[in-house]
Design a protein around this ligand. Structure first.
Ligand SMILES: C[S@@+](CC[C@H](N)C(=O)[O-])C[C@H]1O[C@@H](n2cnc3c(N)ncnc32)[C@H](O)[C@@H]1O
Length: 273
């Protein structure tokens, strides 16, 4: 890949998604663009860059971001977060709900990828929220990955490390042509609403505030000013005392924000004084 081509891809990806591709990502970009060249029948990278500059390139821009962004995720990733959710965050929020007139507990999985994170949250809530109503909003920038998330179908290797009782409670095993696939049961899928959302495109469209927000393993791609803006925006969406979970490699120590660090990668909106 020529320097000018890498620079062009780097700048359009940054402009659209604020994903900051450093020079160390050149190999990765090159490998992922190969697929887009084949899909669009572009004979060269030069031709593909021209295609992206055409007035009708909107759809391909989305495909490019899809191809570049890393969707890696798995069920109960960074398990301590789910322990904290079950043992502290949910009981605390459920106890406050009546006095605060919250009609339900709202949880947001921002950058939800293929759904493993919001479904892990849903499985946790199913076991600890008691009678209190709850709902999960799950968002991602990638249309392709959201379609997979909505379907809620996972291969054996994806669910194989889940305990047998969790699999029995929350998954249906496929048979016939679906043998080897596992679908999240409808009752749990109904608790998760998936939406397309670019986290950097302004205020999210949710009306009610959130008791808990998961925004994990996405900020790592953004530069500091972008991270700071995003954390401020997320913090505005939290109720006082609400929790923000970030990825374990995404410490917020180097940016300004109003939250209190209470556990590794768990932040809390200060309570009203
Ligand atoms: C590595 S996955 C993280 C999934 C999950 N949160 C976890 O920790 O396992 C990162 C996700 O962020 C999404 N993403 C990247 N840039 C985004 C943006 N600007 N707005 C919303 N989602 C974005 C990607 O599409 C991808 O699905």
């Amino acid at each position: 890949m020529k320097d000018s081509e890498f620079e062009f891809i780097r700048s359009v990806v940054y402009e659209r998604s604020r994903i900051n591709l450093g020079p160390d990502k050149r190999e990765l970009v090159s490998a992922r663009l190969g697929k887009r060249l084949r899909a669009t029948n572009a004979p060269s990278l030069h031709a593909y860059c021209q295609l992206l500059q055409a007035p009708d390139a909107e759809e391909e821009m989305g495909n490019l971001i899809d191809a570049i962004s890393t969707n890696h995720t798995f069920f109960f990733r960074e398990n301590a977060h789910f322990d904290f959710l079950r043992e502290q965050a949910v009981p605390e929020m459920a106890a406050r709900a009546r006095a605060e007139h919250w009609p339900k507990l709202n949880i947001w999985s921002a950058a939800c990828s293929s759904g493993e994170e919001p479904y892990s949250i849903a499985m946790t809530l199913a076991g600890c929220a008691g009678p209190w109503p709850w709902q999960i909003e799950a968002t991602d920038i990638s249309h392709r990955i959201l379609a997979k998330a909505k379907l809620g179908v996972y291969k054996e290797e994806t669910v194989s490390r889940l305990p047998a009782d969790v699999r029995r409670a929350h998954f249906q095993e496929g048979f016939g042509p679906q043998a080897g696939n596992h679908r999240v049961k409808a009752g749990l899928r109904d608790r998760v609403a998936f939406h397309h959302l670019n986290l950097l495109a302004g205020e999210p469209p949710f009306r009610e505030p959130f008791q808990v927000i998961f925004c994990r393993n996405v900020m790592i791609y953004f530069d500091r000013p972008t991270q700071e803006q995003l954390v401020a925006r997320l913090a505005r969406r939290l109720v006082p005392g609400g929790y923000l979970f970030v990825g374990h490699s995404e410490s917020l120590t180097h940016i300004n924000h109003p939250l209190r660090l209470i556990r590794p990668a768990i932040y809390q909106q200060p309570l009203r004084s």
